[in-house]
Design a protein around this ligand. Sequence first.
Ligand code: SF4
Ligand code: SF4
Length: 456
Amino acid sequence: MKTRSFKGGVHPAGGKEMSSGSQIVRLEPKGELIFPMLQHIGAPATPAVKPGDRVLLGSVIGRASGFVSCNIISSVSGTVKRVEPIDNGAGTMIESVVIESDSEYEAVEGFGDPRDYDRLSKDEIRRIISEAGLVGMGGAGFPTSVKLAVKDDSLIDYVIVNGAECEPYITCDHRLMLERTEKAVLGLKILLRLFENAKGVFAVENNKPDAIGALGEAVRGSKRMYVQPLKTKYPQGGERVVVNAVTGRRLSSKKLPSELGCVVVNLATVAAVADAVAYSTPLVSRIVTVTGEDIKEPSNFEVPLGTATGELVEAAGGFLEPPKKIILGGPMMGSSVSGLNVPVTKTTSCILCLKNDGAAAKEPSACIRCGRCLDVCPERLMPAKLKALADRFDYGGFENLGGLECIGCGSCTYICPAKRRLSQSITAAKRQVLADKRAAAQKRSLEPSGGKEGEK
Ligand code: SF4
Ligand code: SF4
């Protein structure tokens, strides 16, 4: 099949060869496990346990606190030691449940039981996915149940499984496609039951020909599923970008994928759908790549959620020397953390340990108007101009120039020869504009008239 792509984008050095050959190894945690109540976009879960409580593998320890929220499930059996705010490694305190594992993995009743998913109704499938605490596991953390709650199922004509894994270094989805191919296909099959008119597409970058081959073999003969190879280019795995590459349709910040007939689900999430629906197993573990120039033995581990990231680094042989930078996620869109006392969460795809902090080593200089940032922007924005507006706090001008369409991919910063921190300024301005809008909407809703003066 013809390889598809999008206009713009960059080709950052891969680094994938370090771990792409490392088979997934199951790792059991040794110390306490930490479960932040916010591992998703939306409202934090509400702790459902207190210190001293005994919990089982599969116990709900945090309850979704609204429509856009998510259950948090215990990945071990043991005792709740504390419920307290804990630093997420980036300076934000998040209410968390700390559990001491008894290493018994005694599970709640029914955990792991096979289920005849073909007999389940759409509502039952959606309820199971919601209770299982599934989110977008590529990093976004958007609750899957919300993503699947579209207005009219019959109008969805594409369910796209995002297996692009376009960030350098990360290989956990690649290994999953190779080693758990059938599970990924089963997850997509289950999702297609929700959308009777949809095709199911595995969208995979062509730097993973073995995964494309394995998935292609697994869906051979299917009338509804196929594999779409994508050109290897960053940010090929961005939601808007992958929709555009697969369907030719263009999303904007004002439209949800479902409004263009698409549902986009991360590859690891699709495997989690299979676990939850066909095997009564909620989201309690994930595959994490531990890699970077500073890791002795780059690896892929499957670990219970809540495991300390430090335990994974130790299992990967430790550091070659004290790292200059630790990133959770990839180098383009991941978040730097101050240390390894943070836990693996639903969205931790990678622990990247680098010997050099490239960004800090280079001082930004004046724009030389080369236009490269403009060429690479997948949203066809003008990053240099947006940064100038952001730096002047001209948020009106920023919005008029399309600043809210920025997907924060960082391609502009990556390509800029003057090392200008374009995406950082644009993202900060976008956050401010959105926060101002939210505050204004809240103020309007608190006015006695509900902000409807003058309405007839
Ligand atoms: S302006 Fe935004 S979307 Fe465009 S390249 Fe920069 S970070 Fe990516
Ligand atoms: S890439 Fe950098 S130097 Fe070139 S136009 Fe953009 S901001 Fe200016």
